[in-house]
Structures are given as structure tokens and as C-alpha cells.
Design a protein around this ligand. Structure first.
Ligand code: HEM
Length: 438
């Protein structure tokens, strides 16, 4: 999405964009080629690009994001360093967080990391023994626990305010982009004031869970003093601390540094983004499994062939499950959680169509890879992508190993009509998990 103002590639009119359908744009592309420019307001130009090479180039070269992204998170989370518009401000924080998350999924670390999935699966047993659930709430609950426990440790599972936190997070995540799209915050509107109240409550709860995880001895990596003490001893343990600390020093937009506030801001931002994006992906996969029992069987055969009945699943096993990994990646590609990748350009001219771009064969291997953008690309790509693909694969593998996923009988009719042929709107079927007979 490009905008002509001040070399800006993105554009701020989130609301207007929602009314421009993919179908309409693809008609325009059929007529005018891989780059289409469309005025959506007197000063706003939407540029739609379907040439994957060009899209990749734009994402790679333009390091800075549009202020809208930063504003959305700032509004909800207060001071934070991740997701802000300038690359220089987030670089170190991104690097440390990426290391922290990737360390969670390296083969040696899999035992402790996927203990989280076991704990989440125990919750499934409890939930499913009571009743059925709709896919969205189920996925949200799974994502909430996986991301929460990954960032905050086991203390997260024992936290008495977890349900209230989950509810608040989802309410805040839903409306953030809408309120951030106002150039001047509409403080005179009661609904905006209600939103701000929700954000304030969320912040208080985040502070409380960060305190709790700090009290847990295994989690004192959040504490900068312990970081300084442990400096040079255990690089993995202090990564998140490093991430927070490094950001605190460089990311504040003026004023005295307040590391405590920034730690909470960053955690809130990660929870908001990580949970809603992961919940979307889990939901998409579950819906696919419900719609396609053949795929479910195929995955089950693959899971059983890779690991024997009693053994624990390991990251190594997952890497051998090609159909499963393909299902997770393809689900992310077809229904990306973040349909708008926003960037500010560094050089204006990079957005011209390259010569011969009309002739790009989108079916070639190269084009296929380049069109894989559910996690963005380039210097601002998602730092959680490797972690999340493996964690979700682990969740689905563990789930399918023990359960079959069925639609709730009352909803089979609704499902038939709800599946949108453009795959842009997936249904939210109620699901029942039945124990597999061994
Ligand atoms: C299925 C789950 C997820 C999806 C689909 C997703 C997708 C995305 C996308 C599209 C972006 C923007 C990339 C760009 O502009 O090029 C992004 C950024 C980011 N993601 Fe994710 N994400 C997911 C999960 C996570 C998780 C679990 C974490 C960490 C806990 C995470 C951390 C980040 C961070 C820190 C950024 C900001 C990078 C920056 O602005 O420099 N993501 N993600």
C-alpha cells in the first residue's frame, strides 16, 4: 500500500481500505497490470502490487513502518519499543527477541518449551470433557496460553486473573487500529474513553503478571539487576532481559527512561499481536480440519508414522512432518493475520514497476516463495515466525494424535453456507473433540 505523502508507501486510511475488495483490485490488475494506483481520497493514493518480486523488494528496502502501526500499539500499551515506526529504534530489541524465541524451539530446548504445549493440551482435556467450543474461542484460548507461558513462564498458568486478562486483551486488540486511525484522538467520544479505560485496566493486569513472573525464581530474567549480575554467565537466560534493557535505553521517545513501563509496554504489545495472530492461524487450521476429514486422516497417518505411540513429540519429529508444516504455512498464507503490511519508503523510486514484471511466472518456485508473506518480509518481518509455526505445528500434532476434530452436528448446515469461496471469511464452527481409539 503506497501513499505519495513524504515518500510514504503505506496509507493511513484503514477504514477506506476495508471497502476496496480483493475482487475489485484483481479486476483492475487484469486490466492495468501488476501495479495499480487508485486515489482513495484527495491526498491518499492506494497502490496495489501483485508482482511478488516487487512486493518483496518494497518490504525489504523500506525499513520503517507507517506511524499507524506504532500508534496502534502505543495507544494500547503506552511506552514501548517494538512495533514503532523507525527501524533504528527497534533493531536491537528485535534481534534479542528473535534469539529468545528461536532458542525456545531449538532441538535441545524443546523439552522445556513444549512442556507448554502439554500444559495447554491438559486444558483441552478439561474444556472438552465439559462441552463443545466454538473454533474462535478455542483457538484464542490456546494461543493465549502458549504465548503467555512462553513470554512469562509457568507462573502464567497459575495466575488467578488470567481469564480476565484474556478477555481484556481481545477487547483491546479488536479496536486498536480503528482508534489509532484518528489523527487527533477523539477524547470527546464516550466509546473512545471506554477503550482507554480498557487499556488502562490491561496495563495494570500486565504489571501484575510481570511482577508475578519475576517472583518466580526461574523467571528472574526480566529483572535488569539479575541481568547485570548474570552477565557473561548464561546468555540464553538473559536474552529477554537484554531485549527489554537494550530497548529501554534506545527506544524511549524523549523524557526520562522508565524501564519498568517499557517492559510492560513491550509485553503487552507482544501479547496483543502474538495472541491475536496465532489465534487466527490456529482457528484457520482447525476450520480446515473440520471441513476436510481427509486432511485430518492424512495428518494423523503422518504423525503416527513419524513418532511411535508412547514417545514424546520433539521438534525433530515435527521437522519430518511435511504435510503438517505445509498445512500450517499454507493456512497462514491463505488467510494472513495482517493483511496490511505497512512501510515508509527510504527511496521514492523503488516503487516503480520493474521492466518485464508482467512476464513473471507466479507459478515458478521463486515466485511461490516470494509470495509467501503472512509474516511480512525484509528487515521488519515478524520475529516470531519460526517459533509460532513450530509451536502451532506441535499443538496440532499433539491434538490430532489423541483426538479427532468434528463439527458440532447442529452446525453442519451453517458451515456449508458460511465458507466463502474467496476464502477471505472463514466460518467459526463449533467443534467437538473425540478421543481417538487406540
Ligand atoms: C501466526 C502468528 C503470527 C503472524 C501471522 C504474525 C505476523 C506478523 C506480521 C505480518 C508482521 C509485520 C511484518 C512486516 O511488516 O513485514 C509481524 C511483526 C511482528 N511480529 Fe508477528 N506474527 C505472528 C506471531 C508473532 C509472535 C508469536 C510474536 C512474538 C511473541 C511476534 C512478534 C512480532 C514482532 C515483534 C513484530 C514487529 C516487527 C517490527 O515491527 O519490527 N509475532 N508479525
Amino acid at each position: 500500500m503506497l501513499c505519495p505523502r513524504k515518500n510514504c508507501t503505506g496509507h493511513h486510511s484503514y477504514l477506506k481500505l476495508r471497502f476496496i475488495s480483493a475482487g475489485f483490485l484483481s479486476k483492475l490488475h487484469g486490466r492495468y497490470g501488476p501495479v495499480v494506483r487508485l486515489w482513495v481520497g484527495p491526498s491518499q493514493l492506494l497502490v496495489s502490487v501483485i508482482d511478488p518480486t516487487l512486493v518483496k523488494e518494497v518490504l525489504t528496502k523500506a525499513e520503517d513502518k507507517l506511524p499507524l502501526t506504532g500508534r496502534t500499539y502505543n495507544l494500547a500499551c503506552g511506552k514501548l519499543g517494538l512495533f514503532v515506526s523507525l527501524f533504528q529504534k527497534v533493531k536491537r530489541t528485535r534481534d534479542s527477541l528473535k534469539m529468545f524465541l528461536n532458542e525456545k524451539i531449538t532441538v535441545g530446548a524443546s523439552q522445556s518449551s513444549f512442556k507448554i504445549i502439554d500444559a495447554v493440551l491438559n486444558r483441552i482435556n478439561t474444556i472438552m470433557s465439559k462441552d463443545f467450543m466454538d473454533t474462535r474461542s478455542f483457538s484464542q484460548h490456546m494461543a493465549f496460553n502458549i504465548i503467555g507461558a512462553t513470554l512469562l513462564g509457568d507462573a502464567f498458568f497459575e495466575w488467578s486473573d488470567a481469564s480476565a486478562y484474556e478477555e481484556l486483551l481481545m477487547l483491546v486488540a479488536k479496536d486498536g487500529c480503528f482508534w489509532a486511525s484518528y489523527a487527533i484522538p477523539p477524547f470527546w467520544r464516550p466509546s473512545y474513553r471506554r477503550y482507554r479505560t480498557l487499556c488502562a485496566k490491561l496495563k495494570i493486569l500486565t504489571e501484575s503478571v510481570v511482577r508475578k513472573s519475576r517472583q518466580n525464581s526461574s523467571l528472574n530474567h526480566f529483572d535488569q539487576r539479575s541481568y547485570l549480575k548474570s552477565k557473561g554467565t548464561d546468555p540464553n537466560r538473559r536474552v529477554l532481559d537484554n531485549m527489554m534493557a537494550s530497548h529501554c535505553l534506545h527506544g524511549a521517545i524523549g523524557g526520562p527512561l522508565n524501564s519498568e513501563e517499557e517492559i510492560c509496554g513491550n509485553i503487552m504489545g507482544l501479547m496483543l499481536h502474538g495472541i491475536s495472530a496465532s489465534a487466527n492461524l490456529i482457528g484457520n487450521i482447525l476450520t480446515k480440519l473440520v471441513l476436510s476429514p481427509e486432511l485430518q486422516d492424512q495428518l494423523h497417518v503422518e504423525i503416527v508414522s513419524v513418532c511411535n505411540e508412547s514417545s514424546k513429540l520433539e521438534v525433530d519429529d515435527l521437522l519430518r512432518m511435511q504435510v503438517l508444516l505445509a498445512t500450517v504455512c499454507e493456512s497462514a498464507r491463505l488467510l494472513p493475520a495482517g493483511p496490511l503490511l505497512q512501510r515508509c519508503s527510504l527511496k521514492h523510486e523503488i516503487f516503480g514497476a520493474p521492466k518485464g514484471s508482467n512476464r513473471i511466472n507466479v507459478f515458478s518456485e521463486c515466485a511461490k516463495t516470494e509470495s509467501f508473506l503472512p509474516f511480512g518480509s525484509g528487515s521488519r518481518e515478524c520475529v516470531g515466525q519460526k517459533f509460532v509455526v513450530l509451536a502451532i505445528s506441535m499443538l496440532i500434532a499433539s491434538l490430532l494424535r489423541s483426538y479427532e476434530v468434528h463439527p458440532h452436528p447442529s452446525l453442519s448446515k451453517e458451515m456449508d453456507t458460511a465458507v466463502d469461496s474467496s476464502h477471505l471469511h472463514m466460518p467459526n464452527p463449533k467443534i467437538i473433540l473425540t478421543k481417538r481409539r487406540i
